[in-house]
Design a protein around this ligand. Structure first.
Ligand SMILES: Cc1cc2nc3c(=O)[nH]c(=O)nc-3n(C[C@H](O)[C@H](O)[C@H](O)COP(=O)(O)OP(=O)(O)OC[C@H]3O[C@@H](n4cnc5c(N)ncnc54)[C@H](O)[C@@H]3O)c2cc1C
Length: 757
């Protein structure tokens, strides 16, 4: 189910985006089960497909070709996506314990978390060898190794482990590193490669002809093979072999031998085998636990031992999906029947591979193309997902009926994309006449980021309220973002947050589900409020159609420290502290086309507090400051120019964007608030030319918890930006300048760059 659509009755929590779970997600996406909500918790959100990993290392595939992107997949499955590491389970309370977030409640739990390297207690291996498993994260370890080789720091590469994974990895490494070095003008023959294969020799368990081919391949390529040897110890720069076999000098030692299970499983109370893998029966159900399943490398399959390879994890996927569904609906489970002899295709670095099945061995370029075809077909299942229902076309202007049609309403954005447009709001407020009060310093007659009221003492009180519905399915993260967003107005005024009242809406559900979602949301929000020194002192909570959260926040500020939208001065440099593009990335996520890393970057940016940024702006002389939120960069800049009686110039090449925002905008993806924000195009000079400039639509993109925009005296701007970057705002930049008010009705000029017109 899509979160919030119907009553949540059962929670299925999938831990790990392994080869079996990606199939569970796809199958639930194809055939959702009403009342069942899926949650995927994974340490890495782009999950490598093992079959293409050697090809990725060899340089035949790009990152996205060889990784399954969990964001579109989770969206397709209607699953909540939590990027986190699981560190334990509470089986009695049915809770998954995570490194960062509060515990996650489950009715059915499934583990597909792969394995980790088993250095078998070999002294020095943990310190001096590079683990190949877990495969998530291996790419980063490989890139670091590659950089050392290309920089001339490493010359000799040793792989420990003579199984299919070790051999294929070594051949891919040799192919790639020699090629890359040659391309950079180095001598590929300067590199040395070696392989240590244990007692079973090279490729134990494979047909003799298959093994012979690989011995010949290694010899031909000058790769030293130490077969029947054991590494006794590893030290910096060498592996020490057992007995009289001596020492192999190596700058890089990769460890691919036997897998080990995740250490935390031992503390869970699950039934484990002697080595610590999760014991499952033929149906992939954990022993003695009707509500826990597991698949892939992490299991000890009770009917018979299985090789720890991606092939078996892949084949388990459909059975796991069926059995989770059967467990939810009270139907009988079916057994997983792994094939007795799987097809093995091992590539040799170039576009060439060797295959073995039922004792037969074949090799050639065509075998590699065959493997490539199989792998790409598998990946297409996850990368070419059926389109999401009812995508909203990005309208150039708002048709009154369009926004009220059910389809469009269904895709209306959450977060600040759910704001009422500036023009609508202005018209409504025009008809309101608040009672006059002598204590009101800033009220509705000259609105700012927050209202300001006398306290009778030296400090002024700053009041602001924000409330919006969730734009992501993760209540904890949403709570953090909602609080960060609400605090933004207080920071923009130069005030210190003081106290907060919360207003929360939880979707209808069973008591336990409502409680868990509310608890997670408020835990996230409170962590942010606490960090800001803002006491949560009360609030109101109700049930509703969708998860929503807001805060009324009070701050305190000294009279002369107040920063206002009206404080821009001609000559000021305009400084922006965060990248823009959260609206379009969230809109892309709603449509299931935003990549997980883009979404993650947007969420991370939204969780960055503007507190330190406000202090830095103030310390560098800023007086005109606002926070960029629902009306977009242009909308908030126009508010400032109007209030300050100035014009402004923006340098588009200086404005940082969230990764993926430009690509999505280029594809016509937009927040549902964009059409209303675009009405402010009238504030831009030469609008026809401006529309052709890169970044144009993103300037109107509604931001949730966006950055601060401030006018800083030009001679202090670079120091201000340097201080911001050092304080954790890497995208901070001078993005333009404040100009004296001209006769032109449009106050804003856009320039592609400082040099361009
Ligand atoms: C270099 C290399 C090449 C290989 N080549 C092949 C091959 O060609 N063919 C083949 O069949 N096999 C190959 N393998 C083996 C294969 O990669 C594994 O057997 C396979 O990945 C296991 O799949 P899995 O579903 O069990 O787990 P994985 O694919 O390892 O996925 C585990 C998932 O769980 C997540 N995770 C782990 N721990 C946690 C946690 N505590 N909390 C949250 N999330 C967690 C990870 O981020 C990941 O998403 C290769 C392995 C390597 C290292």
């Amino acid at each position: 189910m899509r979160a919030g659509e119907t009553l949540v009755v059962k929670d299925v929590v999938l831990v790990g985006a392994g080869h079996a779970h990606v199939q569970v997600l796809r199958r639930f996406g194809m055939r959702p089960l009403p009342g069942v909500r899926l949650t995927l918790i994974s340490r890495e959100l782009h999950t490598p497909y093992s079959g293409m990993l050697p090809g990725l290392i060899a340089g035949h595939y790009g990152f996205d070709e060889a990784h399954i992107d969990t964001a579109p997949l989770a969206r397709f499955a209607g699953a909540r996506l939590y990027g986190d590491e699981v560190i334990g389970l509470d089986l009695a309370q049915r809770l998954v314990l995570c490194r960062q977030r509060p515990p996650v409640l489950y009715d059915i739990l499934s583990l597909d978390i792969g394995s980790r390297p088993n250095t078998g207690g070999v002294p020095g291996a943990t310190e001096h060898a590079i683990p190949v498993k877990p495969i998530d994260g291996f790419l980063a370890r490989f890139e670091a190794l590659r950089a050392r080789v290309l920089a001339g720091q490493s010359r000799r590469v040793l792989v420990v482990g003579g199984g299919a994974g070790g051999v294929e990895l070594l051949l891919a490494l040799e192919h790639r590193l020699r090629r890359d070095l040659a391309e950079r003008g180095g001598d590929p023959r300067a590199l040395g490669f070696a392989l240590v294969a244990g007692e079973g020799g090279l490729l134990p368990g494979f047909p003799r002809a298959f093994r012979r081919r690989f011995v010949a391949e290694l010899t031909e390529r000058g790769i030293a093979l130490h077969a029947g040897a054991r590494v006794r110890a590893v030290e910096a720069g060498a592996a020490i072999l057992d007995g009289e076999r001596g020492r192999i000098a190596a700058d890089e030692i990769l460890w691919t031998t036997e897998a080990a299970p995740a250490g935390w499983l031992a503390e869970t109370g699950l039934a484990l085998d002697a080595r610590g893998f999760v014991r499952v029966d033929a149906t992939l159900r954990a022993f003695g636990r009707d509500e826990v399943f597991a698949a892939g490398d992490t299991i000890a399959f009770d009917p018979r031992p299985l090789p720890r390879s991606g092939v078996y994890a892949v084949r388990a996927g459909p059975v796991l999906a069926d059995n989770i569904r059967a467990a939810l609906t009270g139907r009988p489970l079916r057994p997983y029947r792994p094939q007795a002899d799987a097809l093995s295709i091992v590539s040799t670095g170039g576009r060439h591979a060797v295959a073995a099945r039922n004792g037969l061995t074949v090799a050639g370029g065509w075998v590699w193309r065959w493997k490539d075809w199989i792998d790409r077909r598998f990946m297409r299942r996850f990368n070419d997902l059926p389109a999401m229902a009812a995508p909203t076309p990005p309208p150039a202007r708002v048709e009154p009926d369009a926004v009220h049609s059910p389809a469009a309403a269904a895709m209306r954005c959450g977060g600040c994309g759910a704001k009422v447009g500036a023009a609508t709001l202005a018209r409504v407020l025009d008809g309101i006449e608040p009672a006059p009060h002598p204590d009101v310093v800033i009220g509705l007659d000259a609105p700012d980021d927050a209202a300001v009221v006398e306290t009778g003492g030296p400090l002024l009180a700053v009041h602001t309220v924000d409330y919006f519905r969730a734009m992501i399915d993760d209540p904890w993260r949403f709570g953090m973002i909602a609080a960060t967003h609400a605090l933004g107005d207080v920071h923009a005024m130069g005030a210190a947050p003081h106290t907060a009242l919360a207003i929360a809406t939880a979707p209808f559900g069973t008591e336990a589900k409502v409680e868990a979602d509310l608890a997670a949301m408020l835990a996230g929000a409170n962590a942010v409020l606490r960090a800001a020194g803002c006491a949560l002192i009360g609030g109101h909570t109700g049930e509703g159609a969708e998860l929503a959260l807001g805060f009324a926040i009070t701050g305190r500020v000294a009279r002369d420290a107040l920063m206002r939208k009206s404080g821009l001065v001609p000559g000021d440099a305009l400084v922006l502290t965060k990248p823009i593009g959260t609206g379009v990335v969230l809109a892309g996520h709603m449509r299931g086309i935003a990549r997980a890393r883009w979404l993650e970057a947007a969420l991370a940016a939204m969780c960055v507090s503007s507190g330190p940024a406000a202090a830095i702006l103030a310390a560098h002389g800023a007086r005109g400051v606002t926070d960029v939120t629902g009306f977009g960069l242009i909308g908030h800049l126009v508010e400032m120019t109007r209030a300050s009686g100035v014009d402004a110039e923006l340098l588009l090449d200086r404005i940082a964007t969230i990764p993926g925002a430009r690509e999505l905008a280029g594809r016509g993806i937009a927040s549902s608030l964009l059409p209303q924000n675009l009405r402010l195009r009238a504030a831009i000079r030469d609008p026809t030319r401006a529309e052709t400039l890169p970044l144009y639509p993103l300037l109107f993109d509604p931001q949730t918890a966006g950055g601060l925009l401030g006018g800083v005296p030009a001679d202090r701007a670079e120091a201000c930006v340097a201080a911001l970057r050092a304080a954790g705002y890497p995208a901070a930049a001078v993005i333009g300048a404040v100009r004296p008010r001209s006769d032109d009705v449009a106050p804003i000029t856009l320039r592609a760059s400082a040099d361009a017109g």
